[in-house]
Design a protein around this ligand. Structure first.
Ligand code: NAD
Length: 512
């Protein structure tokens, strides 16, 4: 079927009706949503006002005050049910992600699987919100550390992971005893409506099973940046978790800090890989191709810079160029296509501007041209671009959110690491090598300066068990696994005296 013949609005209606979303939530409003697959409109949502957002935060605060009293493992039961509801809705929500964002089917489904995985993780976590018992210098005293819920957690998310980012934050925030208010990307509100409906199904089952969950435990706000700003500035939102561009984080971070709120910032990346003389080139080729071209280059962890050793350059790079020329591009809903569309025209124009800048800086470009425009004039499909650069110059140090891979030769390993780290961003990174010294150096303190450093797998994508996030302009936040949950709680140190005297710390005397 041609792109022009696809009736995605009908698919959206069917999916949202099955999930119980009323048409009035996404028709007849002011926020127009286009599918990048066809470029056609698939929804027009009523938007919340700033006053609506303030009222929602107050209600979420009320929800928090009762939810914090529910024992952790019972809070976990709600997230267990959410995981079950997500399993039941996986195909539908995955398809909606593909329609609204343009991800190929397996990646749309993969995003929902990630939501299910974080629910499983959070259920286990709900029994493991551990503190410490700490040795005290005073006799008949005990010192301990306890973790308490924080309050309303504000979640601001980007278009490219329209629903997984909500789940990474909400699953943890809710088992930690918080309520959440979510402002999704204005480009992807339909998947947010679907997710909210799935959450509400889980709440209903939770209540039907005899548990108590307050109203407004998880609230969805539809709108643009100005609605996000209400969350950012509100004193009753102690934590803002914001995912998006570095430009957004540069505004949000200081505004939250100004009122002594906390933030988790998950911002742009400019991820690189180093291919050394001992690399397994077949494996490298596959790792690089997926990391650089998958999701049409629209992942924060997309591979954007490749440093290839002189000795393997001529074996690897021509094969990569061939893979770029032959990769299947087209509707993400058609089996076999590996590269779907860019999100919109602005993304296409930014890609072309970066390619022009690369050309001016001496880059040799293969690919990058628009395809399928005859079939869908308002959809922006491109052939991924691979650009051989004379050095790390021109646009190479910037994140362009599109499938452009800059390839640069190197001869000295230490120089490659220095170049690797010489960008403002610090999210994800990889080395392809079979040399143990190089691999260990890369993941050591002298190696990659990123939050994620991999060996013999690409930088793109992550499992929920690890803490996710990056350094420098990527913002420093960590979400998802490991001990990321601590960011959603407040720590209290408690000292208890079970004796009959009152010894002061450090031997201080104060006898009255
Ligand atoms: P974006 O910055 O344009 O928007 C992200 C969100 O921030 C949207 O919901 C938007 O409405 C909101 N927003 C923008 N300005 C705001 C402000 N001043 N106050 C409050 N809210 C504001 O990003 P995008 O184009 O949707 O997403 C792509 C970017 O996100 C890329 O840079 C990508 O690397 C990054 N990203 C990072 C991660 C990560 O985990 N590090 C994950 C996904 C995407």
């Amino acid at each position: 079927m041609t792109l022009a013949a696809l009736d995605l609005a009908a698919d959206v209606d069917r999916i949202l009706a099955d999930l119980g979303v009323a048409t009035s939530r996404y028709k007849g409003g002011t926020l127009a949503v286009r599918s990048p697959v066809t470029g056609k409109q698939i929804g027009a949502l009523p938007e919340h006002s700033a006053d609506d957002a303030k009222a929602a935060i107050e209600k979420a605060q009320t929800a928090f005050l009762s939810w914090r009293k529910v024992p952790g493992p019972k809070r976990g039961e709600l997230i267990r049910l959410l995981g079950e509801e997500l399993r039941a809705a996986k195909d539908a929500l995955g398809q909606l992600v593909s329609i609204e964002v343009g991800k190929v089917t397996s990646e749309g489904l993969g995003e929902v699987q990630e939501m299910i995985d974080i629910c499983d993780f959070a259920v286990g976590l709900s029994r493991q919100l551990y503190g410490l018992t700490i040795a005290t210098e005073r006799a008949d005293h005990r010192m301990m550390e306890t973790w308490h819920p924080l309050g309303v957690v504000g979640i601001i998310s980007a278009f490219n992971f329209p629903v997984a980012v909500w789940s990474w934050n909400s699953a943890l925030a809710l088992v930690c005893g918080n309520s959440t208010v979510w402002k999704p990307s204005e480009k992807t509100p339909l998947t947010a409506l679907a997710t909210q409906a799935i959450f509400e199904k889980a709440v209903k089952r939770y209540r039907d099973a005899g548990y108590e969950a307050p109203e407004n435990l998880s609230t969805l706000l539809i709108g643009g940046r100005e609605i996000g700003e209400v969350l950012v500035d509100h004193e009753k939102v102690p934590l803002i978790s914001a995912t998006g561009s570095t430009a957004m984080g540069r505004i949000v971070g200081p505004r939250v800090a100004q009122r002594f709120g906390r933030s988790i910032l998950e911002l742009g990346g400019n991820n690189a890989a180093i291919v050394t003389p001992t690399a397994d080139l077949d494996l490298t080729l596959r790792g690089v191709a997926f990391s650089a071209m998958g999701t049409a280059g629209q992942r924060c962890t997309t591979l954007r810079r490749l440093f290839v050793h002189d000795s393997v350059y001529d074996q690897l790079v021509p094969r990569l160029i061939k893979a770029y020329q032959s990769v299947t591009i087209g509707s993400p809903l058609t089996a076999g296509n590996l590269v779907g569309p860019l999100i919109d025209k602005a993304a296409f124009e930014k890609m072309q501007a970066a390619l022009d800048a690369a050309r001016s800086a001496g880059g040799k470009i293969s690919g990058g041209e628009r395809v399928l425009s005859d079939d869908a004039a308002n959809a922006y499909y491109v052939r991924p671009a691979i650009v051989e650069m004379p050095g790390q110059t021109g646009p190479v140090k910037d994140e362009t959110f599109a499938p452009i891979l800059y390839v640069i030769r190197y001869s000295d390993f230490n120089d490659a690491i220095a170049l690797h780290n010489d960008v403002p961003q610090g999210l994800s990174s990889s080395i392809f090598t079979n040399d143990m010294r190089e691999a260990e150096t890369f993941v050591s303190s002298q190696g990659s300066d990123c939050g994620i450093a991999n060996v013999n797998i690409g930088p793109s994508g992550a499992e929920i068990g690890g803490a996710f996030g990056g350094e420098k302009e990527t913002g420093g936040g960590r979400e998802s696994g490991s001990d990321a949950w601590r960011a959603y709680m407040r720590r209290a140190t408690n000292t208890l005296n079970y004796g009959r005297t009152l010894p002061l710390a450090q031997g201080v005397k104060f006898d009255i």
